[in-house]
Design a protein around this ligand. Structure first.
Ligand SMILES: [Zn+2]
Length: 285
């Protein structure tokens, strides 16, 4: 028997970087909205959700089934479904419909604003203040967009992360987002590291599904918001997307304005956007 061995799609796709053929097609992101964000300071600032606790409470231990092995604070009790068909408390995934085309750049601004969170040689009171401020940023983020690392926090895919991890991941993404706007930076992201993938490839592999899209494009499906951000970075690098501020951007004259930028090209290919959202457009009428 002869098998036609095809190279993995992703290898083919990214070998084409230099052929200038790529255009990036980002597929919709679906997630289950979590509820009741809290950061547990007694355990080092782990991010958790009341709706996940409810989910865990509704499960029972079955000794004859393989148990979850987790190390985190909230999963010390190993749990599995009593009956996998009885999962009536599973929430529906919804398509993310918010404005998020600048998420990779927005998180960069947030870590810059909250860099006191990472400073250590300051009085304890200052650290507490900075932690509280960053905690609030993450709370508002999750209420709007869901968890950053897991699309469904009510599942075994949930990754326990500390506020520290959020900060570090946002910093990495922010640096890449800024690199994506310069030739030198693009090179850093695209160039394969000997024996390894390029930074861009590595992150797309880890956090997205990649495939061939329509009309010689590359389709990327984010598995979480980390992947969403890397998909946007890929678009910046390969399609040369640039950004400007929304016309309703916050300023001294416009204190209730937004904090978002608009890309030179929308995901559907439309150009010359002026506003990040219908709300912003309405606000300036
Ligand atoms: Zn706006």
């Amino acid at each position: 028997m002869v098998f036609l061995v095809e190279k993995p799609v992703s290898e083919v796709v990214f070998a084409r970087y230099n052929d200038h053929m790529s255009s990036i097609n980002i597929l919709k992101y679906e997630y289950v909205p979590p509820e009741g964000y809290f950061a547990s300071w007694t355990t080092g600032g782990y991010v958790f959700y009341n709706s996940r606790l409810d989910y865990l409470r509704n499960r029972v231990i079955q000794p004859d089934k393989p148990q979850l092995q987790t190390t985190g604070r909230f999963q010390r009790v190993a749990v599995v479904f009593k009956d996998e068909n009885e999962s009536n408390n599973e929430a529906e995934a919804v398509e993310s419909g918010f404005y998020q085309l600048d998420m990779h750049r927005w998180v960069a601004r947030k870590v810059a604003e909250n860099n006191a969170f990472k400073v250590t040689n300051v009085p304890l009171a200052e650290i507490a203040k900075a932690s509280k401020a960053f905690d609030q940023v993450i709370r508002e983020f999750t209420e709007k967009y869901g968890d950053f690392f897991t699309a469904n926090v009510h599942s075994d895919l949930f990754e326990e992360k500390r506020l520290d991890d959020w900060y570090d991941q946002w910093k990495i993404i922010g640096d890449a987002a800024s690199d994506a706007q310069t030739e030198k930076g693009k090179k850093r992201l695209k160039e394969p590291i000997p024996g390894e993938k390029s930074i861009l490839n590595e992150n797309l592999f880890r956090y997205t599904g990649i495939g061939r899209g329509p009309q010689r494009s590359t389709s990327i499906r984010p598995i979480n918001l980390v992947g969403w951000c890397w998909a946007l970075i890929a678009r910046d690098v390969l399609d040369g997307i640039t950004y400007k501020r929304c016309e309703n951007y916050m300023s001294d004259q416009n204190p209730t304005g937004c904090e978002h930028e608009i890309p030179s090209e929308a995901l559907d290919g439309s150009l010359n956007m002026k506003f990040c959202s219908a709300e912003c457009e309405a606000a300036t009428r």
